[in-house]
Design a protein around this ligand. Structure first.
Ligand code: UD1
Length: 466
């Protein structure tokens, strides 16, 4: 297993390019299951989740390969298979996206339930409700969803849940309804840009979906879909992560290949805390560059993560890390995954002051944070820890970064190209920086050097909990 060793305190400078969106690429790849003939996808990021889904699709009879020039080619070569195995689905929640397209095309899908996750409950009841409404017979047996339907039929479906709509649920139901007999309407559909991107891809394959980007979708079923070419939209979560990293570390950074209209809420929030965000249409109106700089100290702000077009829950942890260095008190609430605060305890280890109150985290800004050994608990929490480590003085170690690799394409290489100092090493005692070794902190062993100055001056920081 690898870990990151981050030496903080250096401002970031330069240009960095955002890749294609993970959360678009995964359901789009899964939708290729429903097509006749090859599809070629461009700007599919090189991530562990993409290779896990590729493996899963291979087991389902899809030939997946990277072409010269970077396109990902997918073609169904065997449509007699319908079991999405636990060993692959458990590694990545988006594995559940094969359910809708496989059911619609093959009449049967047997998909392992995706299981729990560190960001809170992640049920799929709305996915199943939508597919049942389309006429599927669904049962759960031995940890698998078994869905069957000779022919799906159009229906009126309401996909609202206690925390808003569902992104992958909308993807699943939409990808099934395109091959249903008759017209389907989906109310309370997710409006996220990644759902729109999937809908655009399905329409290129011959589907008839209208209303994309609104909560009301109308889908006229068609008899067959054919493979298509598609370029995945830029990853708004990666863009936000790089922008927040630049703001936390200071300096001036140009983030390229951004769709600013997908990021309005994040840009507005960054401006509110005092970050300059200059948007320029460098490539095309849809693919701009955003220049980030921080003229003075950061102001506190209240952040509420909401479904699109609100601040994404996938950026909540990174914004929390940024607000730890603002001058004053911020309140962070997540209305999509209310318990998504595993990162808070680790940020506290770096000197942040965070207290949970109900479904919110109260963040009291501190003027200085110090490097520490911390543990990543999920994908976006890992990014928050990297951001905090860049802003902290001294060295930090971030362990369990396999979470980070699931969803970011070479995040540390991109940050290093901006002047960050991040090393990827094996997670072994020999690689632990001397400044974080227990011998130094307890000061009692014969080889102890001395307690770090921050420990001596501010002992309370090391014992804060949330
Ligand atoms: C997707 C994203 C994830 C993001 C999340 C919210 C992918 C691969 N993942 O996850 O990065 O954090 O959207 O933007 O695109 N819910 C139910 N019943 C359901 C489904 C969901 O109650 O059947 C609840 C969830 O517990 C959660 C909320 O609805 O509170 C939103 O979840 P959902 O949009 O489904 O998240 P995912 O699609 O799993």
């Amino acid at each position: 297993m690898d870990m990151l060793v981050v030496r903080g305190g250096t401002p970031l400078e330069g240009r960095v390019v955002v890749g294609g969106a993970k959360n678009s690429a995964l359901p789009i790849m899964a939708a290729a299951l429903a097509a006749d003939g090859p599809s070629v996808l461009y700007d599919v990021p090189d991530l562990v989740d993409v290779s896990t889904l590729s493996q899963l699709l291979e087991t389902l009879g899809v030939n997946v390969r990277r072409q010269q020039g970077g396109g990902l080619r997918l073609e169904v070569v065997d449509d007699e298979r319908f079991v999405a195995d636990y060993e692959l689905v458990r590694r990545m929640r988006a594995g559940v996206c094969v359910l809708g397209p496989m059911l619609a095309r093959r009449g049967k899908a047997c998909v392992s339930l995706p299981g729990g996750c560190n960001i809170g409950d992640r049920p799929i009841d709305l996915h199943l409700k939508g597919l049942r409404a389309l006429g599927a017979d669904i049962r759960i047996e031995r940890g698998y969803v078994i869905a069957e339907a000779d022919q799906l039929r159009g229906a009126d479906i309401y996909l609202g849940g206690p925390f808003g709509s569902t992104v992958t649920g909308t993807a699943n139901v939409m990808s099934a309804a395109v091959l249903a007999d008759g017209v389907t309407t989906i109310e309370a559909a997710a409006c996220e840009p990644e759902v729109v991107d999937l809908g655009n891809f399905l329409n290129k394959m011959g589907a008839r979906i209208t209303g994309l980007g609104t909560p009301f979708l109308q889908i006229e079923g068609v008899e067959r879909l054919t493979g298509a070419e598609h370029t995945v939209i830029p990853d708004r979560i990666e863009a936000a992560t790089l922008m927040i990293a630049a703001a936390a570390a200071g300096g001036r950074v140009e983030v390229e290949n951004v769709c600013p209209t997908h990021m309005t809420a994040v840009i507005e929030k960054l401006r509110e805390v005092g970050v300059n965000c200059e948007v320029s249409a460098a490539i095309s109106p849809k693919h701009s560059t955003i220049e980030i700089s921080v003229p003075s100290s950061l102001r506190p702000a209240d952040v509420i993560a909401l479904p699109y077009p609100g601040i994404p829950t996938d950026v909540q942890a990174q914004l929390t890390a940024l607000l730890c260095g603002a001058e004053g008190i911020s309140v962070v609430t997540d209305k999509v995954f209310p318990d998504r605060f595993m990162h808070a305890a680790e940020l506290v280890r770096m000197g942040a002051r965070i207290r949970r109150e109900g479904y919110s985290a109260i963040v009291s800004g501190v003027s200085q944070r110090s490097g520490a050994c911390v543990m990543a608990s999920d994908l976006r929490a890992s990014a928050a820890l990297v951001i905090s480590a860049l802003a902290a003085q001294g060295e930090s170690v971030i362990r369990r970064i396999y979470h980070l690799d699931r969803g970011y394409d070479r995040l540390e290489a991109k940050l290093n190209s901006l002047g960050a100092n991040i090393r990827r090493v094996k997670d072994e005692p020999a690689n632990m920086p001397a400044s974080l070794a227990p011998a130094i902190i307890d000061g009692t062993r014969p080889n102890a050097v001395s307690a770090p100055h921050w420990l001596a001056k501010t002992p309370a920081r090391q014992t804060r909990t949330i």
